[in-house]
Write a protein that binds this ligand. Structure first.
Ligand code: PAF
Length: 283
């Protein structure tokens, strides 16, 4: 089990990628904000099925956090992350600091429309601009053949696909299934904020989504079914539901019954905001 090479500058990253390219090796990327869990490790494994080398970036990106959000307390555990990357076989950890990614005078921001509209953006209006900007930078710094993103952040996955399409970024985007605990809770770095009692409640989110998706597939009215799901989450112990909505699964346009759909939700448990999504099969 060899430790990944740790690189913190764009120049050193480019030099290493150049060496790999000279040796004819393909490169996959897994962008992360660290605090790696089994979900991230599954992305690394998929990356290594697709390419001979895997770069994992760890960068808690300030431009995707609103001032009221958890940038300062976002879990940071680099030594453990490097161990986990070594176990999964990733060869390179790219760990730039904020000055490397956003040097003094940085003044560009990428804004994606289409799938970025609504859902998360209604509650985190600057989030996807921050994600799109940092992902575009990471891709241009690394120039990977492909990059792997989890379906857990389903809207983000759609936004990144749109970004690559619109800006002709030559990176194949691979969506990876959500990894869950034995009770269906989607793995997330923010699960670390939850108490034991909150974990019990959090596990209801996926169950309610599955029930609602099955009802929609069986013909239930969309607004009644999603309103009922919201009530079920509050009854289960969630403090507030930001949204539960069905969308068409690629462009995230309003869902039509004859199209494959996705049911997406965000809800609060105390100070922790959880998101999840499930497939809604076409009728
Ligand atoms: O999903 C995440 O961890 C982040 O949004 C990403 C894609 C690494 C960009 O900072």
């Amino acid at each position: 089990m060899s430790r990944p090479l740790v690189i913190d500058s764009v120049a050193a990253l480019r030099a290493q990628i150049r060496d790999w390219r000279c040796d004819g090796l393909s490169v996959a990327m897994v962008p992360t904000m660290g605090a790696l869990h089994d979900g991230h490790i599954s992305l690394v494994r998929i990356a290594l099925e697709k390419a001979e080398r895997c770069v994992v970036s760890i960068f808690v990106n300030p431009t995707q956090f609103a001032p009221s959000e958890d940038l300062d307390k976002y879990p940071r555990q680099l030594a453990r992350d490097l161990d986990r990357m070594a176990g999964a076989g990733a060869q390179l950890a790219f760990i730039p600091d904020v000055a490397e990614m956003y040097p003094a005078g940085f003044a560009t921001r990428i804004s994606v429309g289409g799938p970025a509209a609504g859902l998360e953006s209604d509650f985190r209006p600057t989030f996807f601009d921050g994600v799109a900007t940092v992902v575009a930078k990471l891709f241009l710094q690394t120039l990977p053949d492909c990059a792997v993103f989890g379906e857990k952040d389903y809207q983000q996955l759609c936004v990144v696909r749109q970004l690559c399409r619109d800006l002709d970024l030559p990176v194949e985007i691979i969506g990876a299934p959500t990894v869950r605990d034995a009770h269906g809770l989607a793995m997330s770095s923010r699960n670390a904020y939850l108490s034991e009692a909150e974990l019990g409640v959090a596990r209801q989110l996926n169950a309610v989504l599955h029930r609602t998706a099955a009802a929609l597939a069986a013909g239930a009215d969309e607004s009644s079914a999603t309103a009922e799901a919201g009530r079920a989450l509050v009854k289960a112990g969630f403090d507030k539901v930001d949204y539960i909505a069905a969308r068409e699964s690629l462009a995230l346009a309003p869902w039509r019954r004859n199209r494959d759909g996705r049911l997406l939700a965000a809800a609060w448990l105390g100070k922790t905001r959880l998101i999840d999504n499930v497939e809604v099969p076409s009728a």
